[in-house]
Each structure stands twice: as C-alpha cells, then as structure tokens.
Design a protein around this ligand. Sequence first.
Ligand SMILES: NC(=O)c1ccc[n+]([C@@H]2O[C@H](COP(=O)([O-])OP(=O)(O)OC[C@H]3O[C@@H](n4cnc5c(N)ncnc54)[C@H](O)[C@@H]3O)[C@@H](O)[C@H]2O)c1
Length: 296
Amino acid sequence: MNNISVIGAGTMGNGIAHTFAQFGYQVSLIDVKQDFLDKAIITIGSNLDRQVKKGTISDEIKEKTLANIKTFTSLEKGAEKAGLVVEAASENVEIKLDIFRQLDGICNECTILASNTSSISITKIAAVTKRPDKVIGMHFMNPVPLMKLVEVIKGYSTSEETCRKIFELSVNIDKIPIEADDYPGFVANRILMPMINEAIYTLFEGVAGVEEIDNVMKLGMAHPMGPLQLADFIGLDVCLSILTVLYDGFRNPKYAPCPLLINMVEAGKKGIKSGEGFYQYTKGSKELIVSGRFRK
Ligand SMILES: NC(=O)c1ccc[n+]([C@@H]2O[C@H](COP(=O)([O-])OP(=O)(O)OC[C@H]3O[C@@H](n4cnc5c(N)ncnc54)[C@H](O)[C@@H]3O)[C@@H](O)[C@H]2O)c1
C-alpha cells in the first residue's frame, strides 16, 4: 500500500495528501482542473512551512513531503497504480457513485477504495462496485495534518481484513482510528451536528446572541471553539447537508435543520468560505473582524 491516490484536492484532499506524503507514502493527488491541484500544492507548502516554523518537522521532511506528491487531472492515470484510493471529492452522492464506478474498472482487484464522506452511506457507495468488501469509510477530521482521529466506517459488506489494513495504515500516519458502523452521520457528525443545530435554534428563538452561545460552550464546557463559530468553520452548507442526511436517514424530527440555518444557506451565507456566517470574516484571512448578537 505504498502508492496512495487521493481524489479531490480541496480542504480535505490536500490535508490527506500532505499527511500520507509526510509519512513517506507516494501520493497521486487527483482533481478535475490543474488549477485546483496547483492551489492545493501551494496550500500544502505553506502548511508545511508552518510545521517547520513550529519545529514539528525539519526542512528536509518538508522537501521530501512535497517530492512525494504528484498531481493528475486524469482519474485513470492517477489511480491505476494505487494500493489504496482515498476519495475526498465534493459531498455529492452522484459525483461519488460515478467516481467509485470508474475506480472499480481502473484499479487492481486488490485495491482498497476508501471514502472520506461526512455523511453518505458507505454501503451505498460500495454497492456500485464489484468489491464491496474492499470499500470502507476513512473519515479524517479538518485540519487533517493536526487532528488525530480517523473514524473508520465499516459498510454492510466491508471485510474484517480491509478494516484491519486501514487501522494499521492509520496508525502508520500517526492517527488514532476508531471503528463505527455505517449509519447516518456515523458517530462524529451524529453527535456534533445536533449540538450545532441546537445552538442555531437557541439563537433563532432569541435565547441568547452569537457570542453568548459560543462563550457558554467555551467557558462552561471547555470547548476550544463555540458551536456557531465551528459551524462557520465547517461551512453552513455542509452542516445543512449532513443534518438533512440525519433527518432523512432516521426519519426523526429531532434532526430537522433549524429554519435559520436553511435561510442563511439560501442567502449564500456559508461561513468562512463565503466571508459571512454567524460571524463576518475579512476576505481570505479567516480572521474574525465582526462579531455580536445576530439580528433577524
Ligand atoms: N470540510 C470538512 O471539514 C470535512 C471534514 C470531514 C470530511 N469532509 C468530507 O470530505 C470531502 C471533501 O470535502 P472538502 O471540504 O475537502 O470539499 P472541497 O469543496 O474543499 O473540495 C472538493 C474537491 O473535489 C473536487 N472534485 C469534485 N468532483 C471531482 C471529481 N469527479 N474528480 C476529482 N475531483 C473532484 C473539487 O474540484 C474540489 O477541489 C466531502 O465528502 C466532505 O463531506 C469534509
């Protein structure tokens, strides 16, 4: 499993590629446009610079990491030699099913196909391939080079052997794997998203303002970031889509997305990525410049 292909060079894909490459794996990073790949390499370079500055890696490791990553716009060329593929393309079921259908034809029959999906059923993805025993969820957390957890999701047909190999690999890249079965939201988002949704309802019902809600959770529960700021960081559109998966999957009204969240996403207020969510952000810097009580 020395050759690893990562599909999607966005927020998660570039972090996953960075992490595998840092631990000596040969990484093929694949996206639909060379522009996206070039941007990802720049991001990886500046994240590595930050690690060097902090003293967590040497200059030599930085150079080796960058040399271990090659970029491809062709799925076929980028995935044909892979022992493992980690798909981190956009959270869209049709895109993912199409990628897995193609991978099944491109990759060697022993290759493990993993998805970093936050919420789409691994069982459903596996069912479009002829190797459902070798399809698994490998759910990394953002930012990937820093966060220890990999939630390993076993689809209905995922074999014990596939699971064991992914556990070993996760440990090799200094992560801690935790197994979960394939039900909506797995574990991380099943717990996190209802908390974020409840924070939005608390705001929507006027119980307290944005800062008050976040400060209660930071000061009272020792959370490093309040739930509304965290929602901005994840992306409000992403939060809405995960809540919708939970709501549809369990058919339980407790997961119904707050109408304020729906309105904000429809208005294009998606959090940091759009410059405004529950807070406003200076363009590109991710720095918080305005905060305060949300006005309806
Ligand atoms: N952002 C997070 O905090 C987070 C955390 C855990 C898991 N995830 C999951 O990771 C995945 C990626 O999320 P992201 O935040 O990195 O998204 P993103 O929008 O930053 O990046 C997605 C990338 O996939 C590329 N892409 C789309 N279709 C493709 C295709 N057919 N072939 C190759 N590349 C394609 C896009 O061009 C884009 O560069 C999603 O499944 C998401 O649910 C995200």
